[in-house]
Design a protein around this ligand. Structure first.
Ligand code: IZC
Ligand code: ZN
Length: 421
């Protein structure tokens, strides 16, 4: 059957298609955003059937019930993708703010039994429905910011596997019911449970021998992640966990060099991780190794901001060395309590000197690549999912320059139109 246009967005002042290969873009490719002035996009049901300039070609058939939207004076992009979040968790940690202002650091709070451990307790206590409703609220907020795909991690059960599974099942259920598409990640190795403080290898054994095989068998996660950090999991322990995950068919991610430079980037290259995330303390050697292996560098500048650090990931050097960059919120109750990906984009510019073109690449096709979804989303090209955002801004620079507010006017998800403002 011929595909008829069911939705047409016309007169688009700035259409950012991200046209190009379905893979993470690097170096100057990150500035090729496929900008079309006076653009037009046609959708048939949930797929894009045309993206170009001016009028629709005559050959494109139009459905009788076609919906037509004008985006004159507006900027249109692919649906944004948040490729690193701790979406599902119980409680919140606003009481840490005072401690932070008194000078307590994130790892000190964790070391003294707070931080992630507090959220573990709150997540254990929360029912499935409570976790679901809280995460749903955050997802609604993300959607309103123009985010149509989100990665979501477990990690607040630790040795209580039931709680890990509860989180993963909340993600699974939300993925069925919510408009936003979710990509589940198993982060069993998020902190060392108190009971295993003097026997971390025992906990690593439980993760590798019991948890990973179960999670993989019941397809509860697509990715496995590890918090590789001083006082958390070492390089050796992270390697063991990720190798086992790989054996079970899971794709790999790693929290690498977030606070202390341990060599997580080098490990990501060695193991063929799809992405390495944070990379604040990464050495040039580590960056080069990641570049050779096409590991996506996921950078999380609002986390650096919230940790009150002045040292941001060296995005410029990474781009020079050919690392594809993805930007995301790291939404979590401790080090980045925000769902606002547009804010992260502004931080990418102001704190990491990324250009608006590099930034939009980082939250579309490169973020899709960090989730292995580059064939389905991340650009506005024929055959891709009709996830499209209309921003009420006259150009891309404006979207990033006027910061801290929501510029989304309309979210088109799977070809359906949702008005935000
Ligand atoms: O709850 O603190 N960095 N894990 C690693 C987090 C932040 C989440 C948290
Ligand atoms: Zn994280």
């Amino acid at each position: 059957m011929e595909k008829k246009a069911t939705l047409v967005i016309k007169e688009i002042s700035n259409l950012i298609t991200m046209k190009g290969p379905n893979r993470a873009r690097k170096k100057e490719e990150m500035s090729n955003v496929g900008l079309i002035n006076n653009g037009i996009v046609a959708v048939s049901n949930d797929k894009i059937i045309y993206a170009g300039e001016g009028e629709l070609p005559k050959e494109i058939p139009i459905s009788k019930n076609v919906k037509i939207i004008s985006a004159k004076g507006k900027t249109v992009t692919p649906g944004l993708i948040d490729s690193h979040t701790h979406l599902v968790h119980g409680g919140s940690r606003e009481y840490e703010l005072t401690k932070k202002l008194e000078g307590k650091k994130y790892l000190e709070i964790l070391e003294s039994g707070g931080g992630i451990f507090d959220t573990v307790e709150a997540t254990k206590k929360a029912t499935f429905d409570e976790l679901y409703k809280k995460a749903e609220k955050s997802l609604n907020r993300m959607f309103s910011y123009g985010v149509t795909t989100v990665e979501a991690k477990s990690g607040y059960g630790l040795d209580d596997f039931e709680t890990e599974l509860k989180q993963l099942k909340v993600i699974q259920e939300l993925n069925k019911n919510h408009l936003v598409d979710l990509v589940p990640t198993f982060l069993g190795a998020h902190a060392i449970p108190k009971e295993y403080k003097n026997n971390v290898d025992k906990f690593v054994d439980i993760i590798t021998k019991k948890m990973i095989p179960y999670v993989a068998k019941y397809k509860l996660a697509e990715f496995c992640d590890v918090f590789c950090e001083k006082g958390v999991f070492t390089i050796g322990q992270s390697r063991k966990i990720l190798l086992e995950a790989k054996k079970h068919g899971l794709l790999l991610k790693i929290h690498a060099d977030e606070i202390e430079p341990l060599g997580g980037a080098e490990l990501a290259a060695e193991l063929g991780c799809v992405s390495a995330d944070h990379l604040v303390g990464t050495s040039e050697e580590g960056m080069k190794k990641m570049s050779e292996k096409n590991v996506v560098a996921t950078l999380l500048p609002t986390t650096t901001f919230y940790l009150q650090s002045n040292k941001y990931a060296n995005a410029r050097k990474m781009i020079d060395l050919g690392l594809p960059i993805s930007l995301s919120t790291d939404y979590n109750p401790g080090s980045s309590p925000t769902e606002n990906l547009q804010l992260v984009m502004s931080f990418g510019a102001i704190k990491m000197n990324m250009t608006p073109k590099e930034i939009i690449t980082s939250v579309t096709i490169n973020a899709a690549s960090a989730l292995k979804l580059e064939d389905k989303v991340g650009s506005l090209e024929v055959g891709k999912k009709a996830d499209i955002i209309i921003f009420d801004v006259p150009n891309l620079d404006y979207l990033i320059y006027h910061f801290g507010v929501n510029h989304t006017e309309t979210v088109i998800k799977n070809g359906k139109v949702y008005n935000i403002t």
